[in-house]
Design a protein around this ligand. Structure first.
Ligand code: FES
Ligand SMILES: [Fe+2]
Length: 420
């Protein structure tokens, strides 16, 4: 799909002719069989963001990720040369899970000079090579060099660590990300190291929640109580000023007047006290002039970009100098784990810290509101009582494009790879 800077006359959706304007099926969110195909067609073929380089601050630091949808656990490590690598989290002797702490199904992180198996003590260097076998002479023609950890393709873009679980990925990470996402290359993500992590297990398909964060049609209704008194009347008819699609990825921008210019209007007194709120701290950090890749539509009074990286990562970049990531990890056809993280330039004063923390609690309130509808939606969809023909409007272009991208990947997998 081509990269279009702006639509001509007409709707955004009609401009991107490939996505069509017809009704949309949500069978892809309620079918256990479809989920089984998604495992292979999407999560074992696409590049997946599993963290940031700040998660690996020094040589020897590592973290694990449980990727249930791909039925695997991985170790991501910065080796003693400083290179970021990934491996399947399994000992080559008899399959024990290599790195875990206290609870074998939970993720862990730490720092070490070698990985040591808790079962019989085999050791692996941080580059994955097997360096020690307990009572090696008891084995039969064992050559340790044949028993390194199983590697996982791992590449870093703009400080985001991605893995690909395919034997041979069909594209490099940069090719996969395409021009729209890659344009963010020089954005100062690395300066935003004050972070707040949230995790929630949500009882709905991963795409149902993702959809809730890629359209703003719901904002005047679902979030009506959250608007400030002055903003409330203006919310009806709210529309985002720019949408863009690029391959399986998509983005939407919003615009608004900087919050610091209308300080008398607030929802909670804490916003005045901290000069902060849902849209982040009012007083912007100095990030320099250029913010590469942001506001690709050149919208006036730009306030935020929401980039959706296929399949399950979202980066929201705010004009006032902070960003968020959301990741949606399927755990079954009707459950997933949601990871939300807020990133700010580190506060240098107590009031900056209070401003950051106010944004964090406001985010949590909104996210809970968005999440509040999801279980009901999943149950209702699963009833199959509604016909399989949901109409989407122009503001739901990204929802439409997302489900089409999922279907395209599944179809390509089934036709070209499995030959169905
Ligand atoms: S399973 Fe790891 S050393 Fe035996
Ligand atoms: Fe929302």
């Amino acid at each position: 799909m081509a990269l279009y800077p702006k639509p001509p006359e007409g709707s955004w959706t009609e401009h991107y002719a490939d996505v069509g304007t017809g009704v949309v099926s949500y069978e892809d969110c309620i079918s256990p069989e479809f989920y089984e195909v998604e495992r292979e067609a999407i999560f074992k073929r696409a590049w997946l963001n599993v963290g940031r380089v700040e998660d690996l601050p020094r040589k020897g630091t590592y973290f694990t990720r449980e990727i249930e949808v791909a039925k695997t656990s991985i170790i991501v490590v910065r080796d003693l040369e400083g290179q970021v690598r990934a491996f399947h989290n399994i000992c080559r002797h008899r399959g024990n899970k290599l790195m875990w702490n206290d609870f074998p199904r939970e993720e862990t992180k730490g720092s070490c000079r070698a990985f040591t198996c808790k079962y019989h003590g085999w050791r692996y260097a941080l580059d994955g090579s097997c360096t020690f076998v307990q009572q090696e002479s008891e084995f039969f023609n064992l050559d340790k060099t044949d028993y390194g950890l199983a590697p996982v393709h791992c590449e870093v873009w703009a400080g985001f660590v991605f893995v690909n679980l395919a034997q041979e990925p069909s594209q490099s990470l940069r090719e996969f990300l395409g021009p729209m996402i890659s344009a963010l290359d020089g954005y100062p993500f690395g300066r935003m190291t004050e972070r707040y992590d949230f995790r929630a297990d949500v009882n709905c398909n991963w795409k149902v929640f993702l959809d809730a964060f890629q359209e703003y049609y719901h904002v005047p209704v679902l979030h009506s109580q959250e608007a400030t008194p002055a903003a409330r009347p203006k919310m009806n008819g709210f529309e985002a000023p720019h949408y863009q699609l690029d391959g399986p990825h998509r983005m939407v921008s919003t615009s608004s007047v900087p919050r610091r210019l209308w300080p008398a209007d607030y929802q909670y007194p804490i916003e005045i006290a901290t000069r902060s709120g849902l849209f982040g701290p009012w007083d912007e950090p100095d990030l320099g002039e250029a913010l590469p890749g942001t506001n690709p539509g050149g919208v006036r009074k730009w306030s935020m970009d929401n980039f959706q990286i296929f399949p399950n990562t979202e980066i929201l970049i705010w004009a006032n100098g902070w960003y968020l990531t959301y990741r949606y990890w399927p755990t079954s056809y009707n459950t997933h784990r949601f990871d939300g993280t807020l990133f700010f330039p580190p506060a240098t004063t107590a009031s900056q810290r209070a401003a950051n923390e106010c944004a964090v609690v406001m985010f949590k309130e909104f996210a809970l509101q968005d999440a509040g509808t999801l279980v009901g939606t999943q149950r209702a969809l699963e009833s199959r009582a509604a016909r399989d023909d949901f109409p989407l409007n122009d503001q739901e272009l990204l929802v439409r494009h997302f489900h089409k991208s999922v279907a395209d990947w599944v179809e390509e997998y089934e036709h070209k790879i499995v030959g169905v």
